[in-house]
Ligand binder design. Structure first.
Ligand code: G6P
Length: 609
């Protein structure tokens, strides 16, 4: 969602803040701003609607420098993207940046207006800076004013606050939105994601819910939600990120699609032997819990939800364990019936998605056997708050449309499903067959990414279209859902996915020569049934684009374009068939000239409800 960076150093921090914003921009990118305390003791505010590059241009014409500063890149929630609604927000000599949503902003706004405060933005955030100003006017220093202000806030926040009155203090606080402190040598930083600070430090303090921290020349003082001084450990994060570098690729999404052979291999490394999933793959604690699992509830959002839908087929088939999959924003608001022995599994690239996190917190009260997360970000909130975690090794994913995170989630889910199936009597021969297939995955993935040129040619048929249908059956149905999601996210073409057998129950009415129909057609037991469904489309003049291996027996003819893909073991097909669909949406977006990595209205990590 939005991104926060802040710094207190012995040097000018403008470039550190800008670099932090560049690294965070993929999370929210409709406006950007910075506020620095200059050497004269005055706050210098520069902010603008648009991208970080627009803020850089503004700073070129109106430079600002200082040793203390905060910065923000925004994804609008309250109030449209505009200069005034951009952060930082200022009240007198206080400036503030905020991620999250203040739910009681309306009543606070009325109260503060009554006290003479004038509002210049439509944001929920502006109330917080005026509130801090008002509380400081009662004789509090910055630390006390921030602590008193957050007691009045309802909702979610990560805050960075500075004041011209205290040039050596950077305050921050979090509840419901992530915030870290980057620990340097005689300089310290804050950010909503460690990645923003990788150019200046590899040591981080992860603030807990309700923490307030005062960063000053004296060091870092953290208070917990009860106001007690606490000591939070400093973590050294391994390996810097090269994620900010697109290398030879034109877009991050393209780079991330082509990284898939490597990252799926990394996700399996050390977790499988020649024919078995190793006991250490999921950890000792998991090995104790898995034999007790009688049911699985998977919860996730967006692309991660689609990974969960795929896993349901594997779990029920291989482990004979019932599995439900639900989007987090729904399950958290309904009364659920939890059977004893149910494992609660979240799937998330970022580990910070607000709805998924809220669902996990709620699950802890509901009598689940245990909680487990499949996640790509170590130390994220989901990892810290789940009892078990299985990390995907995708590396940082920058493109807003998720690609390598999804396929590595599927790999991690396969390991989990095999491990659970083993605990439920999966025959060794079947395990060996599944694991042998996994060993082939990186090479097959390479072969599927090599379909790039073929898929690019196919994409031309989509560029002028307004709608598209995606069809799949069985385990390929969630892959069709994911293909349709990719197309709508980055090309803005309306795309829907259906289980092919449902076609005649409604969507067939939409089919005509203007409706491209994409079909995921691996050579599996449902192939013949799928072929009958496709006849129904052809009979209505629909244009079919079929992704199939030669063994499936399709041939291109007028109205049918077959994109031939390599043959692959059945257990790998959903993972592999995802790749040409990613490439399809990428090439259609290129033809349409949309912003591939930062599509309109979306954000990478949705840390608000
Ligand atoms: C956003 C992103 C999607 C992602 C979803 C869930 O909508 O744009 O790509 O699938 O959030 O995110 P998570 O980090 O929980 O996987």
């Amino acid at each position: 969602m939005c991104g926060i960076v802040g710094a207190l150093a012995q040097r000018n921090v403008t470039e550190i803040l800008l670099e932090g914003l560049r690294r965070l921009e993929y999370r929210g990118y409709d406006s950007a701003g910075v506020c620095l305390l200059d050497s004269q003791g005055a706050l210098q505010l520069r902010k603008t609607q648009g991208k970080v590059a627009d803020l850089e241009s503004l700073l070129d014409s109106e430079p600002a420098a200082g040793r203390l500063g905060i910065a923000h890149t925004r994804w609008a929630t309250h109030g449209a993207p505009s200069d005034n609604n951009s952060h930082p927000h200022v009240s007198g000599d206080f400036a503030l940046v905020h991620n999250g949503i203040i739910e009681n902003h309306q009543s606070l706004r009325e109260e503060l207006k009554g006290r003479g405060y004038q509002f210049v933005s439509e944001t929920d955030t502006e109330v917080v800076v005026h509130l801090i100003h008002a509380l400081a006017a009662e004789g509090r220093d910055l630390q006390a004013a921030v602590s008193a202000a957050i007691e009045r806030l309802e909702g979610a926040y990560a805050l960075g606050v500075i004041s011209a009155r205290e040039p050596d203090v950077l305050m921050c606080a979090r509840s419901g939105s992530p915030l870290v402190i980057g620990v340097g040598i005689e300089e310290n930083f804050i950010a909503s994601d460690p990645m923003a600070l990788n150019q200046v430090t590899d040591r981080f303090i992860f603030l807990e819910e309700g923490d307030v921290a005062e960063i000053s020349a004296a060091g870092i003082a953290v208070r917990d939600k009860n106001g007690a001084e606490v000591s939070r450990p400093v973590h050294k994060l391994q390996g810097g990120h090269d994620a900010a570098d697109k290398g030879r690729y034109r877009h991050y999404m393209q780079k991330e699609i082509f990284e898939q052979p490597t990252v799926v291999a990394a996700t399996m490394a050390g977790r499988i032997g020649a024919e078995t999933v190793l006991p250490e793959a999921l950890g000792t604690r998991a090995n104790e819990i898995l034999p007790q699992v009688e049911q699985v509830q998977i919860v996730a959002c967006g692309t991660s939800y689609h990974a969960g839908l795929v896993a349901r087929y594997w779990l029920e088939d291989w482990a004979g364990i019932p599995c439900s999959v639900e989007v987090a924003s729904e399950i958290r608001y309904r009364k659920t019936a939890v059977r004893p022995g149910t494992l609660f599994v979240t799937i998330s690239q970022s580990g910070e998605t607000a709805d998924t996190l809220a669902a996990l917190r709620q699950a802890k009260e509901l009598g689940y056997l245990a909680s487990m997360t499949i996640c790509n970000v170590p130390n994220s909130s989901l990892v810290r708050e789940s009892e078990l975690s299985l990390m995907t090794e995708a590396g940082p994913e920058i493109g807003v449309a998720s690609t390598k995170a999804f396929t590595t989630q599927l790999v991690a889910l396969q390991l989990f499903c095999i491990a659970l199936a083993k605990a439920n009597g999966l025959p060794a021969a079947r395990e060996a067959e599944l694991v042998r297939a996994l060993h082939q995955l990186p090479e097959l993935m390479e072969a599927f990414t090599a379909l790039d040129a073929k898929v690019r040619d196919t994409s031309e048929a989509f560029a002028e279209k307004h709608h598209a249908l995606f069809l799949g059956r069985g385990v390929e149905y969630p892959i069709a859902l994911e293909g349709a999601l990719k197309l709508k996210e980055i090309s803005y073409i309306h795309a829907e996915a259906y289980p092919a057998g449902e076609l005649k129950h409604g969507p067939l009415a939409l089919v005509d020569a203007d409706m491209p129909v994409v079909v995921v057609a691996p050579n599996d037991e449902l192939l013949e049934k799928l072929k009958s469904n496709l006849q129904e489309v052809r009979a209505r003049g629909g244009q079919l684009f079929v992704f199939a291996s030669p063994q499936a027996g399709f041939a291109s003819e007028p109205g049918i374009t077959v994109v031939e893909v390599p043959d692959a073991p059945e257990s790998l097909q959903p993972i592999l068939y995802t790749v040409p669909l990613q490439l399809l949406s990428y090439h259609v977006a290129l033809l349409k000239g949309t912003d591939v990595d930062q599509p309109r209205n979306l954000a990478k990590s949705v840390t608000v409800e």
